[in-house]
Design a binder for this molecule. Sequence first.
Ligand SMILES: C[S@@+](CC[C@H](N)C(=O)[O-])C[C@H]1O[C@@H](n2cnc3c(N)ncnc32)[C@H](O)[C@@H]1O
Length: 375
Amino acid sequence: MAENNEARALALKVLGRIEKDSAFANLVLRTALDNSELDERDKALVTELVYGVTRMRRSCDFLIDRFISKKLHPDVRTILRLGTYQLHWMNIPDHAAVNGSVSLAPKWATGLCNAVLRKVAKETVEWPTKAIEYSYPDWIVERLESDLGEPEASAALKCMNSSKSATPREDGYFQDAASQLVSDLLTQEGNWGEGPVIDVCAAPGGKASAAVSAGFPVIAADASLKRLKLARSNSLELNIKLPLVVSDGTDLPFRKGEASRVIVDAPCSGLGVLRRRADARWRIKEADLAVLADLQLKLLCSALTMVKSGGLLIYSVCTLTNLETIGVDEKFRNLVNVEEIGDLPHPWRKHGRGGMILPQDLDSEGMSVFCYRAP
Ligand SMILES: C[S@@+](CC[C@H](N)C(=O)[O-])C[C@H]1O[C@@H](n2cnc3c(N)ncnc32)[C@H](O)[C@@H]1O
């Protein structure tokens, strides 16, 4: 219990930084854990608390605010969220969750924290909306329900409230199962001609390194030098040869029509990977979708010019919105003359003329993909 409270205290500190400085949850957490002397079990508890409270923030606030009549000090709110998360979503006895959280409160707030958490533990809850129950902004729930249908959207939203670590590939790289399926499409057998593989948005190198490991010569391009440095350290770790090029994918510096396979694993709203990025649901804005869809289409058109006649072009995004998937595909096909390769193998489910993996399908991340043969 004493160590566990050190874990709770560290989680509280990290949550405070995420809240006050809008810091990225994974970055603050990693630094805090690297600098702490907690054992592995307690580090796992800190991770679960930080990611859990960050994801379930809206639900926690609903449960808390039923018993509050005045504005809460931000630190007190964080303590209450921490306690509420343990009471509702973790298998921790009520008294340990309440006492462990109350003991982190400043003296002037212990009475309030104790009273509120005891009520949270005792009172049953009636959720007013699904967005509050599953802890998402309204627009994400509305958008996914309208794009995927209510049952699939609910299952996806629920699934993305639990953590899932990446799966090791044969070459030792840790990559999510759905991303591995995109890599399989990139390296699929077929008559795609000779020539290098170009990954237009390659960093940190997950799919590019998979193609190298499968025996292909690959050029990994990306607009971000900082992120390409991650691709470099990953390729060094895997001991593979992966040439890196900093370039804007809408204006690629390569000779046209020479690549046998090109992939655009485009920047996107990331609504398929919300389980991995605990704070992302609170950052992404609905207005971003149209901006991203425009960029995705530009990247795809530019990438097509790199593919030799008969070569393979893959468009993938780790999101589930129609605008960034079916919408981009339709606009692309209206602009250019490509052969779409539908009927993707199991476990891809049909999504427009491409494929989709929902998080609940493989207990993985969500991914969408479209494959084309260049004219
Ligand atoms: C989804 S990530 C790619 C993940 C990578 N393919 C993998 O499997 O590890 C999208 C990448 O697109 C890059 N990006 C964003 N805008 C870009 C642009 N205009 N041109 C090229 N890359 C861009 C980002 O820096 C980011 O690394």
